[in-house]
Design a protein around this ligand. Structure first.
Ligand code: FSX
Ligand code: SF4
Ligand code: F3S
Length: 400
């Protein structure tokens, strides 16, 4: 369907806006097609060799189009961008981290289409995956920086230790610090994507007492980054960000923590399949109890979904099989800054160990942070407390 036809019922202004967006998108895709190096393998052949039909691929593209908040008429453009992803040079740095992000993103037994995109990225440098080591690896990095200057995407996994002049993390034969390497690579990149909560905000590496003075990349280097938060993050959110860049040559709309709004704009709590139980005051009281078996809400055993912004329930993990709350454990808030400190103890409700806030309100992603946590606690704490008084007919063996 043509754009004008699709938006025939919409205002002139909206139609003009989408027309402009489409023109920008077409121009950028053409530019990328001219500019990017040729692919090592053709995308169609990659799909064929993994038994993915064109129909399945287009279905995936329409899901990604919707996820990126674009109208369906952009689906063929998303398909074109996806087919170009394996031509985008990527330099991937591993700093202070556990390599869980790489594990979660690049290793999968039954790859879906986003996994295939990740598997076939043109990785010019990735310490964990590359065959080269020592001086040879350092040469690969210098060559990539020179050959693809201003063109490559820098992906950073892990925090940057700033203590002892950065010496808590030195890498490679020349003993450069993580800070020095990240600074040099980021300065030559087209954009910097922080993969995981460690590079986004410091995360477990920066948890109290943080002896290495680890920091997130944006804070350490004083630059803007796109933060694909999560410990580990979701492959779909990373792939969507790459697609957005290929489509428009620009960053997606971000919240104040640098997270793409299309992926981190809503609370876990608002799209949780256990939410009706929360609303009905039906809670798991302790691990393995009758209520756990009945899939009740996990708030009282520590779920931090009410304070956490991410799309885990919609995109899920492991080829869409499950996500933490579905698997039976509360969300631990892994997409939020300082969650190891602020959300601990992870298996107890916030209301048990934080001061009571002023009033219960709903909030936008931009209001997350301690302020929001404190405010939201009121509503949540009161609600959980209310359920105790109501008894909600949940004495062991009681009726729902
Ligand atoms: Fe951090 Fe990634 Fe958590 Fe680990 O490396 S976001 S500790 S899953 O893997 O950086
Ligand atoms: Fe779901 Fe957790 Fe919210 Fe309960 S508190 S509805 S388990 S997100
Ligand atoms: Fe992390 Fe919570 Fe999702 S723990 S993976 S943000 S459900």
């Amino acid at each position: 369907m043509a754009l004008d036809e699709m938006f025939s019922n919409q205002s002139e202004e909206l139609r003009a806006c989408y027309n402009d967006l489409m023109k920008r998108c077409e121009a950028h895709l053409d530019k990328m097609h001219q500019k990017l190096p040729p692919p090592k393998d053709r995308w169609n052949e990659i799909l064929n060799s993994h038994g993915v039909s064109r129909r399945d691929f287009l279905k995936w593209c329409s899901i990604m189009t919707a996820a990126l908040a674009l109208p369906p008429v952009f689906t063929p453009k998303v398909a074109k961008a996806a087919g170009m992803a394996n031509r985008l040079p990527v330099v991937w740095l591993n700093l202070a981290e556990c390599t869980g992000c790489t594990e979660a993103l690049l290793r999968t037994a039954y790859p879906g289409i986003d996994d295939l995109i990740l598997d076939t990225l043109s990785l010019e440098y990735h310490e964990t995956l590359m065959a080269a080591s020592g001086y040879q690896a350092e040469e690969c990095l210098s060559e990539a920086l020179e050959k693809f200057a201003g063109q490559f995407v820098c992906v950073i996994e892990g925090a940057i230790p700033m203590g002892l002049n950065g010496k808590y993390l030195t890498i490679g034969a020349k003993g450069k610090t993580g800070y020095e390497i990240a600074k040099e690579v980021a300065s030559k990149a087209a954009m910097v994507i922080c993969i995981g909560s460690c590079s986004s905000y410091g995360n477990v590496q920066a948890a109290r007492p943080n002896p290495t003075k680890a920091r997130g990349v944006a804070e350490a280097l004083k630059i803007s980054t796109v933060n694909i938060a999560g410990c580990p993050p979701n492959a779909t959110n990373f792939v969507g960000t790459l697609l957005h860049y290929l489509l428009f040559g620009a960053l997606p709309a971000l919240d104040r923590l640098g997270r793409p709004l299309w992926a981190y704009g809503k609370r876990i709590h608002d799209f949780c399949e256990r939410r009706p139980h929360y609303d009905a005051g039906e809670f798991v009281e302790e691990w393995g109890d009758e209520y756990a078996k009945r899939g009740f809400c996990l708030y009282k055993v520590g779920c931090k979904g009410p304070y956490t912004y991410a799309n885990c329930s919609q995109v899920r993990f492991n080829q869409g099989v499950s996500w933490p709350v579905m698997a039976g454990h509360g969300c631990i808030g892994c997409t939020e800054p300082d969650f190891w400190d602020k959300m601990a103890p992870l298996e107890k409700p916030m209301a048990d160990h934080a001061p009571l806030p002023l009033a219960g309100v709903e909030a936008t992603a931009d209001e997350i942070g301690l302020g929001l946590t404190m405010v939201t606690l009121a509503g949540i704490g009161a609600h959980a407390l209310g359920s105790v008084f109501r008894g909600v007919g949940k004495e062991k063996g009681g009726e729902e």
